[in-house]
Design a protein around this ligand. Sequence first.
Ligand code: PLP
Length: 406
Amino acid sequence: MAFDFEKIKNDFPILDQKIYNKQLIYFDNAATSQTPLQVIEAEANVYKTYNSNIHRGVHCLSNKCTEAFEDVRKRTAKFLNARNNFEIIFTKGATESINLVAFSFVNTFLNKGDEIIISEMEHHSNIVPWQLMKQYKGIALKIIPVNEQGELNIEAFQNLLSPKTKLLAITHISNALGTINPIKKLIDIAHNNGTKVLIDGAQAVQHIKVDVQELDCDFYVFSGHKLYGPTGTGVLFGKEDLLNSMIPYQGGGEMIQTVSFEKTTFNELPYKFEAGTPNYAGIIGLGAAIDYINEIGLDNITAYENELHKYAESQLLTIPGLRIIGTAKHKTSVTSFLVDNIHPYDMGMMLDKIGIAVRTGHHCAQPIMDKFKIPGTVRASFAFYNSKDEIDSFVSGVRKVKQMFA
Ligand code: PLP
């Protein structure tokens, strides 16, 4: 292992606790990852020493806070390798970022009958905003099917494309199955058709390096709380020309240049899309999370998590009657499974009693559960602070629950 595991464990005091008198094992990282002390302190430090509303002040505290906030924009641009800092828009999460694009992109560029493509494996956040646009704007929604392994059918995607396809909105990594989609290939195919592409990176940026220039995606979104940052923070990357052409998402302070009752003119990027006072303390915390990840190194994280994930799946598969849902060739960090006919909720409740936190249910991805004809799964999702010892305890916990239900 290329990083100091003991030091990392000490950075996450929340992990050092007992649940029902058992050592906590936290395998619910795909829902929310834990925040290291460095992030907690960066956010607390705003409130302790320089809290003041950003951008508008002439006084020292406001300037300091503005500088810290804008510096995170630069570090986020670097993290994603965006060409320009102003292509980074801060939001409250991946959901808000997608809703922003749904409203502003569709209302700027699409007409009744134009088409948007999504896939069967999307999180509800990348389904419902487009359904709202279908309802209010009359656009059509097309769905890329997924095979039994949980991989996209690329040929079917190609067949769905038409001159009317204006956007492909697709997840980078599935939160329910762990599938890593071949997004570079999808982007190239879409662009050849003149179709723009939004990538939902909510499950990706914490696990693998993302380079938006290399990918050439038009939009890329993620949430801070899944990247070891504070909740209520998120990012939208958008290409300059698109963001400049798009109508604003929300109106209010900060996003305007001048306001009169006759006419309002809008601010330049990125402020045009950041109406109102943002969660600047949270964003400053997100900056600390990005620094933290950079310090460990995403390549190290990817290698270690892949090892954990492979180990977990190989150990789980030694349990008779256990079946993994989502067996794509390229997967990471998420393992969804069912054991015999034990309801996922029962499995989750029993594991909790021995200190193991997993997620159960449809994982906000009901269509893919319907596809597999299951009500939901038990989902274990791993982070770089997890260990093989924890996986051993988890697998023995699953075995015990199976025996209890036998
Ligand atoms: N997209 C994916 C793939 C997700 O896994 C999630 C959350 O689980 C979201 C979008 C929504 O993220 P948030 O609730 O942080 O906005």
